[in-house]
Ligand binder design. Structure first.
Ligand SMILES: [Zn+2]
Length: 60
């Protein structure tokens, strides 16, 4: 089944979390929306913990 749901291609820069839309442009920032089927991000990113750890450290 082909997904009709798109996700803002610039959400990492523009939003705190992925912005989904049925349009081909983001309703919030106007950036191109890309098909979300081949997920451009992985919520269970194995490197996520590492990145978060780096962020925590940078705050000190
Ligand atoms: Zn957006």
């Amino acid at each position: 089944m082909k997904s009709d749901i798109f996700v803002c291609s610039a959400w990492r820069d523009e939003h705190p979390r992925p912005v989904y839309t049925l349009s081909t442009t983001c309703p919030e920032c106007g950036a191109e929306a890309v098909n979300s089927a081949p997920a451009p991000f992985n919520p269970e990113d194995p490197h996520g913990e590492y990145r978060r750890a780096l962020k925590e450290r940078a705050r000190e």
